[in-house]
Write a new protein. Structure first.
Length: 256
């Protein structure tokens, strides 16, 4: 009798409660893993917080590791990194439009509000207490996106390849939204309107794109000035060497 009563309960939680049970588990997993970390969070605690039988975790996610992977990745699943990279690589895409695509990819998930704040806390927890998922995130998303942004800047500046200055510029561009993303509690305390205005994401994307474009154009101006200075310096050295050669040979100095 005990076994016959347990089976219908598992079926109800596994199938009858369907997507709602899975979503509750996922939401509580994000919250608890972010607060306590992977090692200190038990599947029983997550199941109790979600109001489902613990067997639902194995039904929907396989095991604790599968639940953790889903909590880490699924909130960002709708945001296609390959699509963002393809948009950055378009040879005819204007710089400002490409930068808008980049910042929209980075910021759009944060339209989900409190849930996304918990997701970011989970990502930060993973950085501090790595299970391997953060390294995979670096390899699968961050590095390819960095390379695509780097190639965009190189192409726009008409360079053959990136140098240290381009690397610094790309890191500066990638750092523009980090404060808004990683320090939302502080932004909330100092300037809450940046987070709560109805067009918060769109306004940030537009502003950050403008800031980034200004950085790129300033880099162009600096490089052009260096080229001019080098040309003037080279010309001065050449004229100085010619004067020394003429003096040594007894020739009159050429007029300048």
């Amino acid at each position: 009798m005990v076994h016959s009563a347990a089976r219908p309960e598992k079926t109800r939680l596994g199938r009858g409660d369907g997507p709602a049970a899975r979503q509750r588990l996922l939401g509580e997993a994000v919250r608890l893993f972010a607060q306590q970390g992977f090692a200190r969070t038990s599947t029983r605690t997550i199941a109790q917080a979600a109001g489902v039988n613990i067997s639902a975790i194995s039904y929907y996610f396989g095991d604790k590791e599968g639940l953790y992977r889903s909590a880490f990745y699924e909130p960002f699943a709708a945001h296609d990194v390959e699509g963002a990279i393809a948009a950055l690589q378009g040879p005819d895409v204007p710089l400002h439009e490409a930068l808008q695509t980049y910042f929209n990819y980075i910021l759009a998930p944060f339209g989900q509000g409190v849930q996304m704040q918990q997701c970011m806390r989970l990502h930060m927890r993973e950085m501090l207490e790595p299970t391997g998922l953060w390294q995979k995130e670096i390899e699968d998303r961050i590095v390819p996106l960095h390379h695509a942004l780097q190639a965009l800047v190189v192409r726009h500046l008409g360079l053959a390849c990136p140098d240290d200055g381009i690397q610094r510029l790309v890191f500066a561009i990638m750092g523009i939204p980090v404060y808004l993303i990683m320090a939302q509690d502080l932004v909330q305390a100092l300037s809450p309107n940046l987070l709560h205005r109805s067009d918060a994401i769109a306004a940030a994307v537009d502003a950050f794109s403008h800031y980034a474009q200004t950085l790129v154009e300033r880099e162009r101006e600096m490089r052009q000035q260096v080229c001019r200075d080098d040309a003037l310096s080279h010309g001065a050295r050449y004229r100085g060497q010619r004067r020394l050669q003429q003096k040594a040979s007894g020739q009159p100095p050429a007029s300048t």
